[in-house]
Design a protein around this ligand. Structure first.
Ligand SMILES: Nc1ncnc2c1ncn2[C@@H]1O[C@H](COP(=O)(O)OP(=O)(O)O)[C@@H](O)[C@H]1O
Ligand SMILES: [Mg+2]
Length: 1108
């Protein structure tokens, strides 16, 4: 059985202040202390959770605890922040109401821790799955990153948030987280350059120096020693219980989970390093001739390293630290900076660098965690903003922070105190008003557009002329003097003239949470938040993508002369937006209280707690709560929600909703004092009653669910049964049919078997019978066949015998007939047949021979010796004759083709042959030589012009010959010319005629039988020419010369034939002497060829080499 628990079980003090009796400030504090001493740090005022900071870890945030509080009613278990988180989450998931969790309290009261607890609880109870887990992890891991960069140790809190944070977590309809959006509010950037005593700069600087590897530090050009950096205060560099090195690893890991790229992380660290380096840049004065001081950078090493880190040109930055350019409309004026201004510029740059980096980080985280789906989603906002702060020295930042807290208090008052009370009056519920302090008046003092402090500060900042913090204070003194929450020594209000706790350069505001003294110093500067344009332009020029992004106004292309909004007005606007946003959501309050000022556990400082209880308005809260009603709801949704609890209203109520609710309440017998009817809502006094209603509703819903289940199950079973039944019938029908089919098949096959046996038997019987009949028939046939065979064979033999006899008769007759015919025809046959056959055969052979010859005839060349072989010997004569005839015929054909000249040539050749063939050994060598005749062409040769003119006839032959000297047998070259009429001898060189012999004077020519070219022209005795004697000449063309000479003789009718002697010895008449020329055969060719020697007076011997 389920064990019912309640807030009231094992209660220490009272868990809900509403139950406190008697109600007084003392009892309230006693209750808080008692519970705090017993580690009960959470206490309710109705639905508001008061949380006391335990300053030590308590075992109340385990996964078991999460399970314990999961899906339980708010008042069911002892007070816990988880109960509030669960209530908010379920209301968001089940009732579709956007939620916001407002966590307030002073610095160090535990707001940030509370916000983390809420987020981790929601993460633990909402949906699961790979995607969802990733989203959750990213949402949770955004915290360490932002804390490292935005939190610092202050005197109030070792991990104080120095920025405001509001985070919207987005859920889908199932309550699974989709993503989130973080808004950040004004980072306290003055901390970057200066920290109050006992405080530290932002954690990341210390984490980087202690946690980064040597390698990383080297890359960032950093030193591990904190003392090397001007921007890091030394007095509390190391904080107890804070492991910077380990935290650095956590931050790096968280950045990775959130989705930072490695190079982005590197860029971020470079910027952090650059800020540290920037702090180390120092300036010294340098006097100028005009008497002014100008600043110079003392040691440029840090500047150089910083420029290297950020990729900035050193000279550009150096110039930006020395000059300031002011642009107004069209003009540009450059002025030098003095040392103080240079330091101011340096610090402004450092602050801007860091705060812009922080804003970039938030934007970058938002990019990673933003919800992907575009569907409508529900939102749970968690607000963790800097708490109310009172320091020894309060400046602009504290002023802004405290203003923000005023606004939050306003919201609380609006929604819990004022709104609630006003609602009772509106709804006509009997109500006695409860007094409370409304801080709207303080908010007005700060934010009023006409004379609010922020508006005046802006006015001062924008005013022309000299503006200082003092002029600002003067202004406040005049305008706010009468305001009851503003105090200043010099105000028109003389009340504070003697108040020594109020210095001259300060003003004091009575905040809802106490009086705070603000020093006006640097209010104007901080509100202006000016960064010289030269610096932002230098930053824009950096070769570092992140830096470039952070200083977009440095882009020279986008010079904007308009002033940017002041820090104060920006903050006012964003707080305004936040407030409007919160008002649209269902608020859940966690009010954090700090038990002591020493960050110590177990110490409960009454005065401190009492102060907080007062200014938080907690007592009023309890009173309103006790006098009022815990729960209210409009009639319609109320009836809708609980109508199932009464038979009259279930399932439909037709009348007005209010009557329906009244009937319902009466039916449920709820005591009348437990509720009241308003005009449009029912008010329920006690949560108990509400739980009673909820419990009844839950039961009723269970019953209804059971009913629905019952009916559904019944219906399901019935349909299932009907389906089964129907199926069973179908199955049975199919089965029966199948069984019958099988049985029938069996019978059928049995019958067939039997039938087959019977039929077989009958058939066999019949077969036997038929076989017997067949055998009988076969026997008859066989016998008949044998008989017929015998008969047939006998007949065949007889017929054969008969045929043989007939054949013999025919043969004998034929022989006899042949004999007779042969005897008769023999005489005719012998007389003619032989000759005819012979003739015929011969004729055939001849025919074949001639036809064959026709195809095998040799070529038409006269010198072709080929002739086909004769086929038969008897054709020998014919064959030879045919050969001869064919040869003559082709010679004739050949001759017919000759021209006249060629004919003459051949005639000459023929004549040569007739004269010399077989008579002179020289002849055969001449056959192949053409008889050209005129070898010298004297008519064309100019050398022989004279000679040519001496010749009046056509030259038949012209050649060079040797004239043999009769004295020694040696030869002299002479031109030999032959015309139709004469022979001429002329000098070879000059062409002068030596001798001219008319042809009729030539009696004969003598030549040898040998192969030499010697010839003698013998002249007629008694002729005119004969006086000089005969000529003995020698020429290679002897044959041609003689032939031509001979031909002239032959063709000339009036002359005798020229005689030609061919013999190896002849006489030559030289003048008076007759000399014998004798040719002898010399040895075989001895190189000298033919030689001629005079042997004696009467003998000239010519030796001719033997021809081979
Ligand atoms: N619920 C808690 N359990 C244990 N320690 C806590 C709790 N709440 C706060 N603290 C301690 O108090 C310190 C200050 O809390 P924090 O939430 O940072 O204060 P705030 O944000 O209100 O300035 C924390 O660092 C932590 O040590
Ligand atoms: Mg905080």
């Amino acid at each position: 059985m389920e064990v019912k628990t309640s807030l009231l079980d094992n209660m220490i003090g009272v868990g809900d202040m509403v139950l406190l009796e008697p109600l007084s400030e003392d009892s309230f504090l006693d209750n808080l202390r008692k519970r705090f001493d017993h580690n009960e740090i959470y206490t309710y005022i109705g639905s508001v959770v008061i949380s006391m900071n335990p300053y030590r870890s308590l075992p109340i945030y385990t996964p078991d605890k999460v399970e314990e509080y999961r899906n339980r009613n708010f008042y069911e278990l002892s007070p816990h922040i988880y109960a509030l988180a669960d209530e908010a989450y379920r209301s968001l998931r089940d009732q579709d109401k956007d939620q916001c969790i407002l966590i307030t309290g002073e610095s160090g009261a535990g707001k940030t821790e509370a916000s983390k607890l809420v987020m981790s609880y929601v993460a633990a109870v909402c949906g699961k799955g790979q995607e969802v887990n990733k989203v959750k992890e990213q949402l949770l891991q955004s915290n360490p990153v932002l804390e490292a960069f935005g939190n610092a140790k202050t005197v109030r809190n070792d991990n104080s948030s120095r920025f405001g944070k509001y985070m919207d977590i987005e859920f889908d309809f199932k309550g699974d987280p989709l993503g989130g959006v973080i808004s950040n509010y004004l980072l306290e950037k003055s901390r970057v350059v200066k920290q109050p005593r006992g405080e530290r700069n932002f954690h990341i600087f210390y984490q980087l120096l202690s946690g980064a590897s040597d390698d990383t530090l080297k890359k960032l050009k950093l030193d591990r020693d904190f003392s090397k950096y001007n921007y890091l205060s030394l007095d509390s560099a190391v904080v107890n219980g804070l492991d910077d090195a380990a935290n650095f690893r956590t931050v790096r890991n968280a950045m990775q989970i959130v989705g930072f790229m490695e190079d982005e992380v590197q860029s971020v660290l470079e910027l952090v390093a650059a800020v540290l380096k920037l702090g180390n840049i120092e300036f010294k004065p340098e006097s100028r001739s005009n008497g002014t001081d100008e600043s110079r950078i003392k040691d440029k090493n840090d500047l150089k390293e910083m420029c290297e880190l950020l990729g900035i040109e050193q000279s550009v930055l150096e110039r930006a630290f020395s000059y300031r350019t002011v642009e107004a409309k069209m003009e540009k004026v450059s002025t030098t900076l003095n040392v103080a201004q240079a330091y101011y510029a340096r610090d402004a740059l450092a602050k801007n660098l860091y705060s812009r980096l922080f804003t970039w980080l938030v934007t970058r985280i938002n990019e990673s965690i933003k919800a992907q789906a575009k569907t409508r989603h529900k939102v749970m906002g968690v607000l963790d903003i800097y708490g109310f702060e009172i320091f020894e020295d309060n400046s602009f930042e504290q002023f802004i922070i405290n203003y923000c807290n005023e606004k939050l208090q306003q919201i609380f008052i609006e929604l819990t105190l004022r709104e609630e009370q006003e609602e009772y009056v509106r709804e006509g519920i009997e109500w006695t008003n409860i007094e409370y302090f409304n801080n709207a008046v303080i908010c007005d003092l700060i934010e009023n557009n006409q004379n609010g402090i922020l508006a005046m500060l802006d006015e001062e900042c924008l005013r022309p002329g000299t503006v200082t913090d003092e002029t600002f204070l003067d202004k406040l003194n005049t305008i706010c003097a009468e305001h009851q929450h503003f105090e200043s020594r010099l105000s028109k209000n003389s009340k504070f003239l003697t108040d020594h706790s109020l210095p001259h350069n300060c003003f004091r505001i009575q905040h809802y949470a106490g009086k705070v003294l603000y020093r006006v110093e640097s209010f104007v500067d901080k509100n202006n938040d000016l960064l010289y344009r030269d610096l932002s332009q230098a930053m824009y020029k950096a070769n570092h993508s992140l830096i470039k992004q952070l200083f977009p106004e440095g882009n020279p292309a986008k010079v904007n002369l308009k002033r940017p909004p002041t820090a104060g007005s920006q903050f006012k606007t964003s707080v305004g937006t936040l407030m409007r946003n919160l008002q649209t959501k269902n608020p859940n309050y966690i009010r954090c209280i700090k038990p002591n000022d020493k960050k110590a556990s177990h110490i409960f400082t009454d005065s401190l707690v009492c102060h907080q209880v007062r200014y938080l308005g907690l007592m009023e809260n309890v009173r309103v709560r006790r006098a009022g009603y815990a729960f209210r709801q409009a009639y319609e949704p109320c009836l809708e929600r609980y109508k199932m609890l009464c038979k009259k209203t279930w399932p439909h109520w037709n009348g007005p909703a209010r009557e329906g609710v009244e009937v319902l309440m009466a039916d449920l017998q709820v005591p009348a004092e437990e509720f009241s009817y308003g005009r449009s809502k029912i008010f329920i006094r006690n949560p108990r009653t509400l739980f009673f209603l909820e419990e009844r509703r839950r039961q009723c819903l269970q019953d209804l669910a059971s009913l629905i289940q019952k009916i559904y199950r019944g219906w399901k079973c019935r349909t299932q049964f009907l389906l089964l039944k129907k199926s069973q019938i179908v199955v049975a029908a199919w089965y029966r049919r199948f069984a019958q089919q099988k049985k029938y098949q069996k019978i059928k096959s049995a019958t067939t078997v039997m039938q087959s046996y019977a039929r077989g038997w009958q058939a066999r019987k019949l077969l036997r019978e038929l076989k017997y009949q067949k055998r009988c028939k076969e026997a008859v046939t066989t016998i008949a066949a044998f008989w017929h065979g015998t008969q047939a064979r006998r007949e065949l033999r007889r017929l054969k015998e008969e045929a043989r006899r007939k054949h013999a008769v025919a043969v004998i007759w034929a022989y006899w007939q042949g004999l007779k015919v042969r005897r008769e025809y023999r005489k005719f046959f012998r007389a003619n047949a032989g000759k005819k056959i012979y003739d015929f055969t011969i004729q055939r052979i001849m025919q074949k021979y001639f036809l064959g010859l026709k195809t095998t005839l040799p070529s038409m060349s006269p010198i072709d010796k080929n002739w086909p072989v004769r086929p038969y010997r008897f054709l020998d004569g014919v064959h030879k004759e045919l050969r001869r005839i064919f040869h003559l015929w082709r010679c004739k054909k050949y001759r017919e083709k000759f021209t006249e000249e060629r004919k003459a040539v051949y005639e000459e050749k023929l004549e040569a042959s007739e004269i010399f063939k077989d008579k002179k050994a020289l002849y055969p060598s001449s056959v192949s030589q053409p008889f050209k005749g005129d070898y010298l062409e004297i008519s064309k040769n100019p050398k022989y012009q004279k000679l040519n003119s001496a010749v009046d006839e056509k030259v038949l032959l012209a050649d060079v010959v040797n004239k043999i000297n009769r004295a020694n047998g040696k030869g002299t070259a002479r031109i030999f010319l032959l015309t139709k009429k004469s022979v001429l001898l002329a000098d070879q060189k000059t062409g002068q005629v030596k001798a001219s012999v008319p042809l009729p004077d030539v009696a004969s020519v003598s030549v040898s039988t040998q192969s030499d070219g010697f010839f003698a022209l013998k002249l007629k005795e008694g002729s005119a020419s004969a006086v000089k004697g005969d000529f003995l000449l020698s020429s290679e063309r002897l044959i041609e010369i003689i032939t031509k000479l001979h031909r002239i003789g032959a063709t000339t009718a009036d002359r005798d034939q020229l005689n030609i002697d061919i013999s190896d010895e002849f006489l030559v008449q030289f003048k008076q002497d007759k000399v014998c020329v004798k040719f002898i055969q010399g040895g075989p060719k001895n190189g000298s060829g033919v030689s001629c020697k005079r042997k004696n007076n009467r003998l000239l011997e010519v030796s001719v080499p033997t021809t081979a």
